[in-house]
Design a binder for this molecule. Structure first.
Ligand code: SF4
Length: 346
């Protein structure tokens, strides 16, 4: 099956439209083992490392199965880099989908119109028809995936499933045929039901939030310092499955818009305080020992949010660690001391 690549700083891509078009929605991930000298010819070195890394892969050439890409309005880095993709990356089908910054009634209408444009573009380019029936069929499929991911997610707080293992599972879903992904998830859930909790009882229970974290190896490094990620506020995490699409809605595009407008917010969207409120709610529910906020180097949106988060958590007496990280596996080791020190004080 052919794939449509996705660049999306949040998880605002209506994957169901891509599925209804007969393609696998294939999220493009960075690769922390590569350098990005080609991307650096186009983008200043002070732009987000993750977005430069993905651009580098586009410039070098993506997998042949990827027949197009959609970039969804997120932060300034990815928004503007779409122009570079258009000019310099060898792919014919490229679409920029505007998912608005605000969560207002007018913004919702705007988003629905933009989804219609996306449908028209795919229909005309690939000579296909995307019917309402196909969209509903795929909404039902992705809702099943969300439900099962929520169930699996709970095994993190039961100290049965590592946060990094769960992260890997979500990433697999985001690149697989979704029917196959559903079967994989069902099997994973069955196995978890009979698994014993970790023998180490002294792991610190943390909530992880921050930038687009797609390098599972980074979370593994973190865990080695004595943490269990019991819950998260990440796009490759709760934002992908926390809520569901209303299947009783009359119109599938309105149902999709409502879903995306009501799910947990990433820091590229406003109101920003709702991100903090979601984290606070989760940290109480899962009784975490601390919150770790991780920014990819030069991720402006997370850097802007940090002072507010810092003040709020200080007032509430919640231990809070802020980390700005490189996107490079070698550099992860340098953060070990900071992670160990935080684990000791919480
Ligand atoms: S990590 Fe931050 S700066 Fe980089 S693409 Fe995501 S939101 Fe944008």
């Amino acid at each position: 099956m052919k794939k449509i690549g996705i660049i999306d700083t949040c998880v605002d891509t209506p994957e169901e439209l891509i599925l209804a078009a007969g393609f696998i929605p294939y999220r493009l991930f960075g690769d922390p083992t590569i350098t990005h000298e080609h991307a650096d010819e186009h983008v200043p070195a002070t732009h987000c490392v993750w977005s430069r890394n993905v651009l580098e892969q586009g410039l070098k050439g993506l997998d042949n199965d990827i027949v197009g890409m959609v970039s969804v309005h997120g932060c300034d880095c990815t928004n503007r880099q779409f122009d570079i993709w258009l000019d310099c990356v060898d792919l014919d089908f490229m679409h920029f989908l505007n998912c608005p910054l605000k969560r207002t009634k007018i913004a919702r209408e705007f988003y629905i119109d933009d989804m219609k444009e996306f449908i028209n573009h795919m229909e005309n380019y690939f000579n296909i028809e995307i019917t309402e029936e196909k969209i509903w069929e795929n909404i039902r499929l992705t809702n099943k995936i969300r439900t099962i991911l929520r169930d699996i997610s709970e095994y993190r707080s039961k100290m049965v499933l590592k946060g990094s293992e769960f992260h890997k599972l979500i990433k697999d879903v985001m690149t697989q045929d979704r029917n196959e992904a559903l079967e994989v998830l069902k099997n994973a859930l069955e196995k978890l039901k009979s698994k014993e909790p970790f023998p180490n009882k002294h792991l610190k229970k943390v909530l992880v939030t921050g930038s687009l974290i797609d390098d599972t190896s980074f979370l593994e490094h973190m865990e080695e310092s004595g943490y269990q990620i019991v819950v998260d506020d990440l796009c490759l995490g709760t934002h992908y499955f926390w809520t569901e699409i209303d299947e009783s809605h009359e119109d599938p595009l309105q149902a999709l818009a409502d879903y995306h407008f009501n799910k947990p917010l990433y820091s590229t969207k406003i109101p920003s305080h709702s991100r903090y409120e979601f984290i606070e709610e989760l940290s109480k529910k899962y009784q975490v020992d601390g919150v770790i906020n991780i920014a990819q180097k030069f991720c402006e949106t997370i850097l802007y949010d940090h002072p507010y988060m810092n003040r709020q958590f200080k007032e509430k007496g919640m231990p809070y660690l802020f980390i700005e990280k490189e996107y490079n596996t070698e550099a992860y080791k340098q953060l070990k001391t900071r992670f160990e020190a935080f684990a000791e004080i919480i």
